[in-house]
Design a binder for this molecule. Structure first.
Ligand code: TRP
Length: 446
């Protein structure tokens, strides 16, 4: 006996949950430093171009697969494409474990830094000291794992609550809070004395720093940020009632995602310039450069605490969405209870998080082809599994299921969508070409 599938309680709830999936560490931690390393607004413009073409197309393709089948990624592909295609969904479920193994580690750092900021434990503006603090902390054996465990526990608690009472309810509170925090911090950052060079850096595109690599990293970043390629959008789409306007909801979600990424860059980079630090500091930008910025501004501890709270909230609603497809799969396909499935999946993720976290300390020398366990998980997820998942969705919908996809996307012809043909051809040719280039580049340069 199948229990009736739970659905989102409102369109607002659905949009907050899905935007919550998209908006995560990718927007606030990764996007600003990638923009900083890749010529500021030139990178942002290329990123926008990728998002409005391939990004939107793939989000809609996944969502329509989910809404039609009312199933998890494995069930959705099996229902429409048979057993062979079910493997594409299986790849998605597997990818979730790989992503969570390193995502909870970085998310744990944000929780720890929130505590450090609130407790005034980083009272220096010297990046060298802060760099030492960062590598010292992440290199420890137990404390970062403890933080990751707390984060995983929060994630599991929300997911175990169910679609409406867990995911939707948490997103409806956390996402508006995130928007408010972000606006406060952007206002603080752009009004710092000396913020102008940072603004100029963001507003005047430097195309001389754009290479093929820039375009490829912008593409990879767009996929990760929009949560494409592992069936999150299939799963969240499967909780949609039939009559929702998918293109319009997608547009809102994508605009929120892009908006937050750009605002995050606007929050981080002017502040970094204002205190004369380097915008191309890479992954350490958030954990090393920003605490230096906070230490040199009035009420820096307060703003610092709010910043890391913002980051933790963004990470939490994303982690929830990475966990949910596995749970939906266990519940739909194997009749396992939600609570038991959540507990089991979370424990597996935590086990995988152990070597990921230790990659910065005791296991930092345990490398394979120069990459630690953390690096491998990150590399496999971002450069192999997610692109492959995206490729499978694009090919399936574009080549095997184009007609029904168009019928369903238009709600049986009630929506007029003049760009349908362009959508199908982007899925058939555009997205696959971009994805193959991405994987090729990543594998050959690594
Ligand atoms: N989009 C999130 C971020 O920007 C991460 C994320 C959530 C994700 N769900 C995903 C990435 C599914 C890939 C696939 O941080």
């Amino acid at each position: 006996m199948l229990a009736a599938r739970e659905h989102w309680g409102s369109r607002f709830g659905f949009i907050m949950a899905t935007a919550g999936s998209a908006i995560g560490l990718g927007n606030i931690w990764r996007f600003p430093y990638m923009a900083g390393e890749n010529g500021g607004s030139a990178f942002i413009l290329i990123y926008l171009a990728v998002v409005v073409t391939f990004g939107i197309s793939l989000v809609m393709a996944e969502m329509v697969l989910g809404r039609v089948t009312q199933r998890n990624p494995v069930g959705a592909f099996r229902a429409l494409g048979g057993r062979g295609w079910a493997l594409a969904g299986g790849l998605g479920v597997l990818t979730g474990f790989v992503i969570l193994s390193f995502y909870v580690v970085v998310a744990g750092w944000t929780l720890a830094y929130m505590v450090f900021m609130a407790g005034n434990q980083l009272p220096t503006a010297d990046p060298a000291v802060l760099g030492g603090h960062f590598s010292g902390f992440v290199g420890r054996t137990f404390s970062p794992l403890f933080a990751a465990t707390i984060f995983m526990g929060l994630t599991a608690w929300i997911v175990a609550g169910g679609v409406g009472k867990g995911i939707e309810r948490a997103s409806k509170v956390l996402m508006p809070l995130l928007f408010v925090l972000l606006l406060v911090l952007v206002a603080r950052s752009v009004t710092l004395p000396g913020a102008d060079p940072g603004l100029a850096f963001l507003l005047t595109p430097d195309f001389s720093r754009v290479t093929i690599d820039t375009i490829i990293s912008a593409t990879a970043q767009a996929f990760f940020s929009l949560s494409i390629g592992m069936g999150v959008m299939i799963t969240y789409g499967s909780y949609l009632p039939r009559n929702v306007n998918i293109p319009r909801s997608t547009l809102i979600i994508v605009l929120l995602d892009v908006g937050v990424a750009v605002l995050a860059a606007l929050m981080v980079l002017p502040a970094v310039f204002a205190v004369g630090l380097d915008p191309s500091a890479g992954p350490g930008l958030t954990f090393i450069t920003l605490p230096a910025v906070f230490a040199s501004m009035p009420f820096g501890n307060l703003f610092g605490t709010l910043f890391f709270a913002l980051l933790a909230i963004a990470a939490l609603t994303s982690a929830v969405s990475i966990l949910e497809p596995m749970i939906a799969w266990a519940v739909d396909e194997h009749g396992i209870g939600r609570g038991a499935a959540t507990l089991a999946a979370s424990l597996v993720c935590l086990l995988l998080a152990i070597p990921a976290s230790l990659s910065f300390g005791p296991l930092s020398d345990a490398t394979l082809a120069g990459k630690t366990f953390f690096d491998w998980m990150d590399f496999l997820a971002n450069n192999v599994m997610l692109p492959l998942g995206g490729l499978l969705v694009a090919s399936f919908v574009g080549w095997r299921w184009a007609k029904p996809a168009c019928t369903h996307l238009t709600n049986d012809g009630t929506l007029r969508l003049p760009w349908l043909t362009a959508w199908i051809w982007l899925l058939r040719v555009g997205a696959p070409v971009a994805i193959v280039a991405l994987v090729w580049q990543a594998v050959s340069t690594s």
